[in-house]
Design a protein around this ligand. Structure first.
Ligand SMILES: Nc1ncnc2c1ncn2[C@@H]1O[C@H](COP(=O)(O)OP(=O)(O)OP(=O)(O)O)[C@@H](O)[C@H]1O
Length: 229
């Protein structure tokens, strides 16, 4: 039976950054529901809260208030160890400054979330090889991040985010370092996973080539999400 539970549900998110005497309200009552097999694109002016929202949805930042439900659990209520485990299984994240491990080669980076989750080395590496081939990097699997170009590192980060077959992919300008042809290839891969594995995709982007793939385009303004359509 088809799963109709939202892939991600955020309710009434508030985030206030407190820096000495200065308070910045970055999220002021943001709600968001992301359905399986959907593609949501978020745009918005600088400082409107897009990165903050993405970090909160990814469970990388605990909001001042509100909830983020993924895979039946509220990320904001899990303790750090449990949250890390839950994130690794359910949420793929591609941030602008990628989070590759500098000492591991591309293959080991992609396999890392699977290895941390207890998967056998052979299976984890098979999955890594497959994903690296899908992003056009079969011949770079033994390179460490420092030996990769910006665009190659970005593709390794995408492969890493997809390794555990997450139900949600959250990505901040995931193709910012790629040329048009490679952007198209990566977007095709994501769209394919969206259809085949019901992956829910949320991209923060200024790139029309990326935004055009979305079935829902939202605009963030002053810490809130509006329906842009
Ligand atoms: N760690 C922090 N401490 C204090 N204020 C912060 C912090 N991070 C972000 N802010 C502030 O919160 C607001 C929202 O920032 P955020 O980075 O989420 O916006 P954004 O929409 O992603 O912007 P951009 O498009 O420029 O990346 C901004 O006013 C910013 O200055």
């Amino acid at each position: 039976m088809e799963d109709t539970t939202p892939a991600l549900q955020a309710r009434d998110l508030h985030q206030i950054y407190q820096e000495r005497e200065v308070e910045t309200v970055a999220l002021r009552g943001t709600d968001l529901v992301v359905e399986p097999a959907s593609w949501t694109s978020i745009m918005g002016p600088s400082g409107s809260g897009k990165s903050t929202l993405l970090h909160v949805l990814a469970g990388l930042l605990r909001p001042s208030a509100g909830s983020v439900i993924v895979g039946g659990k509220d990320l904001t209520r899990l303790d750090p160890g449990e949250r890390a485990r839950h994130r690794r299984r359910h949420i793929g994240v591609v941030m602008q400054r990628d989070n590759l491990h500098p000492l591991l080669n591309a293959r080991a980076n992609v396999a890392l979330p699977l290895r941390l989750d207890g998967q056998r080395r052979r299976r984890a590496y098979q999955r890594a090889d497959l994903l690296l081939a899908e992003v056009g990097l079969a011949d770079r699997s033994r390179h460490r991040p420092g030996q990769l170009s910006g665009g190659e590192a970005q593709r390794v980060a995408i492969a890493t985010a997809l390794a555990a077959r997450p139900r949600v992919l959250l990505a901040d300008e995931p193709t910012g370092e790629l040329d048009e042809a490679m952007t198209e290839r990566v977007l095709d891969l994501l769209d394919d996973l969206r259809k085949r594995e019901s992956l829910a995709i949320l991209t923060v982007t200024h790139n029309p080539q990326v935004a055009q793939r979305a079935d829902r385009r939202l605009v963030m303004r002053d810490g809130k999400v509006d329906d842009g359509d």
